[in-house]
Design a binder for this molecule. Sequence first.
Ligand SMILES: NC(=O)c1ccc[n+]([C@@H]2O[C@H](COP(=O)([O-])OP(=O)(O)OC[C@H]3O[C@@H](n4cnc5c(N)ncnc54)[C@H](O)[C@@H]3O)[C@@H](O)[C@H]2O)c1
Length: 362
Amino acid sequence: MNYKITVLPGDGIGPEVMGEGTEVLGQVAKLYGFTVELEHGIVGGASIDAHGKPLTDPVLNLAKQSDAVLLGAMGGPKWDGLDYSIRPERALLALRQELGLFANLRPVKLFAALASASTLKREVVEGTDLLVVRELTGGIYFGQPKGITTLPDGTERGVNTEVYTTPEIERIAHVAFQAAQKRRNKVTSVDKANVLEVTELWRKVVTRIHKNEAYAGIELEHILVDNCAMQLIRNPRQFDVLVTTNMFGDILSDEAAMLTGSIGMLPSASLGGKVGMYEPVHGSAPDITGQDKANPLATILSVAMMLRHSFDQVAAADRIEKAVEAVLNEGWRTADIQEPGCKLVGCKQMGQLVRDKIAQLG
Ligand SMILES: NC(=O)c1ccc[n+]([C@@H]2O[C@H](COP(=O)([O-])OP(=O)(O)OC[C@H]3O[C@@H](n4cnc5c(N)ncnc54)[C@H](O)[C@@H]3O)[C@@H](O)[C@H]2O)c1
């Protein structure tokens, strides 16, 4: 098999972590007898500098014509002053929308070796293994009307609109129930149905989809977003699959990230169309860019998600995940997950350690 993959390293630490991710990809391709054709494109701030906009048509077309997209991170202080319409992060939103990626899957699994790297107590986080399914192309980030207008008295008024339609909720609910079937058969739907009509509809539709007989074995519970934020740090083990709106998912998945010790550990998959997109959850980390301090494991684990979800190369994905776990078990750590007595390494060495372990695991 030959897979055509669009590689978009982006800004900040994006190129550093992507370098390690693609090295791992090349290695497992050889080991498992498939080939990968990597086509690099520039996006985000780098594209603004080169072309005046964060996503160009040739890069978008490249992505559309590939089998999957691997993305680093976008943005940084250099471009913070730009108008929202051409900010680096716009490229991310445009890619999601153009590729029809309405479902964002963010697994939050605590590696046992990192139980004490979390800011929360070991007994709270140990055993955490949940999946956040976030709606990605609707809700308040896209709803109209939006914008800032000047009122007659000279003051300004800012507005965004939270909007969901029945089909948008139905399709993300199916993704969540199907994901739960491969896990522990429990879905928690997160809303603010006590205040927001739009999420009253969300709750109604999710409840109806759950009645589908294919989902008979799945437990469904509803939780208000404020309570969910609290429960995530009180008792995260109660959750299996969390399904929620674009904005609530954005916030809750970063909160959940801290259960694992560092945002530098978390991969993600965006699915829904023909082409899946895989990226670490973290941003461009301008504070550590160019210092070989970035944790490449979220990107390496995103490569594993791509192999599993887009290419069904399950054995290769398993081997990467096992190698990451083994390296952590031996005490190797990047700065973001360091703890007393650990063996501190940089981005490049962490990537090399994972590749050495992949080779040994054979
Ligand atoms: N998907 C994306 O491209 C994406 C996501 C979030 C933020 N951003 C953008 O990234 C820029 C910086 O945002 P931010 O600082 O809020 O979030 P961030 O995720 O870049 O960084 C938050 C903190 O986590 C640390 N961190 C992040 N990734 C790490 C890694 N792999 N290894 C070690 N430490 C890591 C950073 O050093 C920083 O202290 C902004 O321009 C923001 O808009 C992009």
